[in-house]
Each structure stands twice: as C-alpha cells, then as structure tokens.
Design a protein around this ligand. Sequence first.
Ligand code: IMP
Length: 424
Amino acid sequence: MPVQIILGAQWGDEGKGKVVDMLAQHADIVARYQGGANAGHTVCIGEKQYVLHLLPSGMFHEQCTCVIGNGVVIDPNALMDEIAQLEAAGITVHGRLLISHNAHLIMPYHKQLDVIREQTGTRIGTTGRGIGPAYIDKFMRVGIRIVDLLDRDTLARKLKQNIEEKNQILTKVYGETRIDVDAIISEYQEFDKQIDEYITDTSFYLHQALRQGKRIIAEGAQGALLDVDHGTYPFVTSSNPTSGGACTGLGIPPTSVSEVIGVAKAYCTRVGEGPFPTELDDATGERLRTVGHEFGATTGRPRRCGWYDAVAMQYSSHVNGIQKLVITKLDVLNEFETVRICIGYEFHGKRLRSFPTDVATLDHITPVYEEFEGWKRSLAGATTYEELPLQARTYLEALARHTDAPLWLASVGPRRDQSIVLPS
Ligand code: IMP
C-alpha cells in the first residue's frame, strides 16, 4: 500500500521537513494535507538551507510531483513568493506542482482578524497568518476556494459578500476602518493567470496514482498536540495535523495508508501559548534553546523548551497510530551531564493514567521524570546505531518504550546524511 503519512508528533517544529526530504528520494508524490503558511519546514541541502511554508518538502527531488491538498488554506501571495524563491534557486516548480481546486484561500481580512483577535480575545500566540479565520469561513460555508480564482465574476461576487460581513465585524465589534472591496477584488483577480496551471482535482489525481502503484508521502504540518480536535484546545491550530487529517485533507481513503511515521524531537518545544508540562523555565531550557537554535522558522519567535514528554507522546502515538518513530535533534543533548524523560504525571497527589487534553488539568500536573546519564560527546561521526554511545542508545530505547512506538530513525544533525536508520 503506497501512502506513507509523515506527521509531527509533538507541538510542531519536530524536523518533519528533513524526514520528508529524505524519504522523498524514493517517492513519486509528496502531498501536504493541512495548515497553511503558518508552517516552516526546513530542509538543508549541502550548505544551503531552505524554509518551505506552503510547498511540500518533496520539491527538492526532481522526480517528485508535489500536491497541495484540499485541507490546506492558501495565501496566494505567500504561494507565489515561495514559487518564485525556489525557481530563483534553480528548482523547477512549473509542471511539478498541483493544487487542489477545493483548497480554501486566505484573504487579507483573515490575517487582519487573526491579529485583532489575538489582541482582544484569548491569546493563542498564533502565527498571524490568518489560519484560524480562513478555516472559520470554510466551516461557516462562506469560504472562497482556489477554484474561484478562475472565474473573475464569481470571485468578485463572493468577495463582496464576505467583505460586507467582515466590514460589519471590523467596524462594529473592533472599531476598525472598512476594508476596500475593490482593491482586494482587483488584486485577487490577477491571480487567475498565475495560478491556473497548478489547479486541478488532486483527489482524482491521487486516486489514479494509487491505481498505478505510485509511492505517495502525505506530509503533515504543525503537530498532533496542536490538532484542533485532539490537541491542547484552545491552544491549538485550526486544522487536523493528526494522521486522520491526511485522508480528509487529500481525499484519499484510509485503506490506502500503509504507514504512519511520527516525528518527535529528543526533547520538547512549543511556540505560542498553552500548557507545556515539561517546560524548563531555567538555564537548562535556555541551553536547549541556544544549542538547538530553537527560534521559529516562520515568525522567528523563541521557542519554549523542555524535556521529552513520553506521556504526551504516548497519547500522540495512540491517536496517530505511529508505526515508526523518528527522533530528531538527538545531537542537541550531546553535552548534557544528564538527560530526562517525563514518564508520568501527578495530579493532586495521584498518578494520571492518560494524557489530559484539558488545559485546567494540564496546568496543574507535576511531571515525574526518569533521569539518564548523558553521553558527553559528539554524535557527528556515527553512521550506524551501534556507533552511537551506549548512553544515547539507552536514552533512545527508553524514550521509544515509554512512547509505545517502535523507534525507526534517529537524526543527529541537520544534513540529509546525518540520519541513522535502525535495523528493523
Ligand atoms: P495558527 O496556526 O497560526 O493559528 O497558530 C495556532 C498555534 O499553533 C500557535 O500556538 C502557533 O504558535 C502554533 N503553530 C502554528 N504553526 C506552527 C508550526 O508550524 N510550528 C509550531 N507551532 C505552530
């Protein structure tokens, strides 16, 4: 069965870009299934570093066709910029990118509302890319889809209706000035020629590819603990990064999925607000941030850092059905005297049996840690699992055991070749 799902198992930024890029060598298609330009997938090729926000991480392999599925929300300006950047770097996008006609658009008013809501309501710490408001319109059934860009009259009519309502909200609820409808209509009508060549029925395309036995990677953005249904609500994103989201976000059946690969860091990070049980608000947290260069690829914000949380990860493993666990950034822990894994939560003196997704409980739990001796040396030369120091192997094995997922790959540096695949 040809579909492999690759998803973030924590709160995003796990290093999915590198893993997708690695597996894309043997794939025919890489398809993004949710999120938007809030994502930042970093791929390092030689000395060059690329950060993709919307385009799938398979772009760097010429034989790969890249698909942006119906579950993604697309800011056409961000998309065109990214295409231009890749083309300028010598990477051909023309003829290799397909965008679902059903994907929804992010409009300037979505970004404006995203920023205003952050200032006036519960602060989520969003990326300000308009993600939540665009998904609101989708689920309100008033959203504008990519296919609407191809019919100038329909686009103008839908924009007028939408902006009329947004203007009521902006002026009456938030005391803002009205949006200029005509300026947006003329700006967005221009996208028809630029985007036309990419738009198609990607679900149909993927079905044909499945029939032909093509190898497909379904690429998730953000992470399972940011899932709007299964994450730490309301401090989540507005889509489904979990494995189930791949089927709805691409229009492929669950029976086509052969493998779910979960990517997690050897520690934990989170950007934005919300519960983070193992967060280290001290020198150790600062050290993880500095050594791990933990600053957002999209917003540049410093990421919150803490120890690996096996309770949250076991939950993630169960929700996603992780069959292969990838641990990234193991090398960040190289110089630590000791390293820790959170193996349980205590709540009012009692041990919890499962990961609570309600914020009130998560805010009051005490993590229970298991401590391990650090390996105190560089992992740079290691190319096989056996070459890893015993302490690193002990740490990885404990981490997989507590996560309840089989360890498959450990990444020990940003480059393509700094990955150790475990013997199965
Ligand atoms: P939004 O997706 O911009 O609405 O932001 C909602 C939450 O998800 C915020 O806490 C963001 O910091 C977080 N978030 C969104 N995209 C990413 C990502 O790619 N990596 C990590 N966190 C993200």
